[in-house]
Design a protein around this ligand. Sequence first.
Ligand SMILES: Nc1ncnc2c1ncn2[C@@H]1O[C@H](COP(=O)(O)OP(=O)(O)OP(=O)(O)O)[C@@H](O)[C@H]1O
Length: 265
Amino acid sequence: MQQPSSLTIPTDQALLSARGITVGFGSKLILDGLDLDVFRGEVLGVVGASGTGKSVLLRTILGLNKRQAGQLILFGHDKDQLGAKEQISIEKRMGVLFQHGALFSSLTVLQNIQVPMREYLSLPQRLMDELAISKIEMVGLKPDAAHKYPSELSGGMIKRAALARALALDPALVFLDEPTSGLDPIGAADFDDLILTLRKSLGLTVFMVTHDLDSLYNACDRVAVLSDKKVLTSGTMTQLQTFDHPWVKRYFCGTRAVRQWDGSE
Ligand SMILES: Nc1ncnc2c1ncn2[C@@H]1O[C@H](COP(=O)(O)OP(=O)(O)OP(=O)(O)O)[C@@H](O)[C@H]1O
């Protein structure tokens, strides 16, 4: 689909830059002056203790939570300066897999994938069916999954169906909120492989909130650590191993993490 020329995707800069993001609920501040960049083509892992605001950050970037302050540059454009049409054009370039999948229980997998298509595109049903089937194949689900309801799917199938929905509009930037939570280690590793395959074949940029050390080691190019309402640091897993902060040391050099390094180095 042709995009307005003013909204071409830059090749040499961050697809997403957050500057000074501040978000609170009532008197409780969750994010306070947070800065973060997501670069084109990378898989960025976002980690932090439970309740540090990872999902709040994701929802804020998507416009689902209100910012009290800060600037969001999406695809090189200040979100607050965009007109309604340009906002929609930006929204179409972003896909999201919410925690637990968040599929509509009354819709089949095929119909779930078509929800964003119906919202943003005006296509004949036959074409939407073909597109949805192609997304189902892309995420490694069997064609018969198309007509199943979420209650008929395994946890791994739900994640894949939710990913297919996130890919419905051929986004450039995909947000994944704990995509491997609840999956067995083999299912989780398969999902990581799928992310890397899709990144390669579709040129996706991925923002992935995760607690899964395996995913961080195997799928992420860079990891951003949320703490004290900000991004405390970001870097490769090797760089984070030497970062001097009690939580970061415990997280990346604790017994669970050491087990990973033993296996990979
Ligand atoms: N709509 C809301 N209203 C009030 N408080 C909220 C709202 N959304 C999130 N919070 C609060 O913001 C804080 C951060 O929540 P968030 O879900 O972002 O944490 P998280 O880092 O993703 O945690 P986890 O790793 O456990 O998923 C929590 O204290 C949560 O209760």
